[in-house]
Structure formats: structure tokens, C-alpha cells
Design a protein around this ligand. Structure first.
Ligand SMILES: Nc1ncnc2c1ncn2[C@@H]1O[C@H](COP(=O)(O)OP(=O)(O)OP(=O)(O)O)[C@@H](O)[C@H]1O
Ligand SMILES: [Mg+2]
Length: 250
């Protein structure tokens, strides 16, 4: 028994490997350090809740892992692929095919129905309309909105819009789901319902979740808790995940 044994099995090759990540914004005279040296290994199937004060670097880290931004120093390898080697087209394809994103303010396309919002990433990945819509309908059914497929975002509540966004994040069967404050715009109870749903659908699909959150409830669906402060990981703790689904209207 070693005090320093990693939480995950040593034989497990990490799905995500971050090394020496640094990212700063602004000019030399007005420089904001967002990440000050982050090392992180994430094994497939982990569900990580990242907590920390506003401005500590959580979103920046998610952006680097999702190839939406590039580090000043250090690197990210996902499924054996070094993101630094991607050109814009490869990065776009990686985001489309390997990553599902869930945002604080849902970011649905207001001129598309729920069904077409969920189908959109599948269409962009080259699927035909009927195949994409069939996949989208299945996911809308899964998130409890099968009967709202024709509705546009402005006809839906915030919680319903976030359910559509969760469905959209999963339509291309990504290995990784990145969620940035997914409950930040929702009331407490709705936020807890969304977290439970997110945890369940990610687990069902064997996907890996990284979530930045201010919600205490996030630990209930996470297998691991990271604290981020001043651009560094200051705490990394294994959690005991709840394996039974959380009841929606407890
Ligand atoms: N595009 C940008 N331009 C300039 N500064 C930025 C930019 N993005 C982030 N920063 C700065 O980098 C630091 C880290 O920001 P980040 O958004 O990663 O924090 P966060 O932990 O996600 O915060 P919050 O909990 O408020 O979402 C902050 O000081 C922020 O002001
Ligand atoms: Mg943030």
C-alpha cells in the first residue's frame, strides 16, 4: 500500500493528459494568468467536478481540453492525439466528433426546433437528415422531451432548454463531455435535475465528464473533485459516486 497510489488504476492509459499547462491573457503590463501550470490525467469514465473561485481558471482549462483555445506552454493529449498538432480543420472535427459541450446559457440556435438543434451536430458531422433526426429524437426521448421536438427554444423553460442542450452534446456519441456551469442559470431544484440527468446519460454511454461548477450538488454525480485556485489544481480527491439514479421529484 502506497500513500501516493493514484486514484485510477496505474495500468489505465489516461484518455486526457494535460502537462504543464500555462495560459495568460493581456499584455505584459496588464497580464492575467489564467492557468499557472496544470498537470492532469483523466481516465475514461471519470466524472470530474471542478470547483474554485471565479477567475481561478476552470473555463480556461475546459477550453484547452476541448481544443477551443491553445496553451502558451504545455500540452494536451486526448486519446493519444496531441492537440497542438491540429490545424483549424482538425480542431473543428475533433470538437464535433470527440467532444460534447454543455454551456451555462444553453446556446441553442433560436431559429431551430428542439429536434433540429439536437440533430445539428450530427448533420455537421456528415450524417443524412433522416439519420440525424432519428438520433436526435431518441435523445430527446431520453431527456424527457420527446413530445417537445417541434418546439423552438423560446417556448421552453431554462431547464428544458438545458435538457435539449444535453441531448445535443451527446448526439455524436462523444467520448468526452465538457460542461461549463451547466446549472448556473437554473434554480436549485432544476439544476439538481439537470445534474442527475447529465450524470446518468454520461454514465450510460461510458463517456467521460469534466464539469466546472459552483453547485454543491455536482459532487453527487462526480467520481472525482478538483479544486482550482489561481490557475492551479490545489486539491484532487476521489469521491464515491452515487450509483443509483437520483429521483427527479424527490
Ligand atoms: N478571453 C479572455 N481575455 C482576457 N482575460 C481572460 C479571458 N478569458 C479568461 N480570462 C481571465 O483568466 C482568468 C481565468 O478565467 P476563467 O474564465 O478560466 O475562470 P473561471 O474559473 O472559469 O471563473 P468563473 O467561475 O467566474 O467562470 C480570469 O482572471 C479571467 O479574467
Ligand atoms: Mg468559468
Amino acid at each position: 500500500m502506497s500513500e501516493t497510489a493514484p486514484a485510477a488504476s496505474p495500468s489505465a492509459v489516461p484518455l486526457i493528459r494535460c502537462r504543464g499547462l500555462e495560459r495568460a491573457y493581456g499584455t505584459a503590463s496588464a497580464r492575467t494568468v489564467a492557468l499557472a501550470g496544470v498537470d492532469l490525467d483523466v481516465v475514461k469514465g471519470e466524472r470530474i467536478a471542478m470547483v474554485g473561485p471565479s477567475g481561478s481558471g476552470k473555463s480556461t482549462l475546459l477550453h484547452l481540453i476541448g481544443a477551443m483555445d491553445a496553451p502558451d506552454k504545455g500540452g494536451v493529449v486526448v486519446a493519444g492525439r496531441d492537440l497542438a498538432r491540429f490545424d483549424d480543420a482538425a480542431a473543428a472535427r475533433f470538437r464535433r466528433e470527440e467532444i460534447g459541450f454543455v454551456f451555462q446559457f444553453f446556446n441553442l440556435v433560436p431559429t431551430l426546433s428542439s429536434l433540429d438543434n439536437v440533430a445539428l451536430p450530427a448533420r455537421l458531422a456528415g450524417k443524412g437528415a433522416s439519420e440525424a433526426q432519428a438520433a436526435a429524437q431518441k435523445l430527446l426521448d431520453r431527456v424527457g422531451l420527446g413530445n417537445r421536438a417541434a418546439d423552438f427554444p423560446d417556448a421552453l423553460s431554462g431547464g428544458q432548454q438545458q435538457r435539449v442542450a444535453v441531448a445535443r452534446a451527446l448526439v455524436n456519441e462523444p467520448q468526452i463531455v465538457l460542461a461549463d456551469e451547466p446549472t448556473g442559470a437554473l434554480d436549485r431544484r432544476t439544476g439538481e435535475e439537470i445534474l442527475a440527468l447529465l450524470g446518468e446519460v454520461v454514465r450510460e454511454r461510458g463517456a467521460t465528464l469534466l464539469m466546472a461548477t459552483h453547485s454543491d450538488a455536482a459532487v453527487s454525480i462526480a467520481t472525482r473533485l478538483l479544486s482550482v485556485e489561481d490557475g492551479r489544481i490545489t486539491e484532487d480527491r476521489a469521491l464515491t459516486p452515487i450509483t443509483a439514479p437520483i429521483k427527479e421529484h424527490a
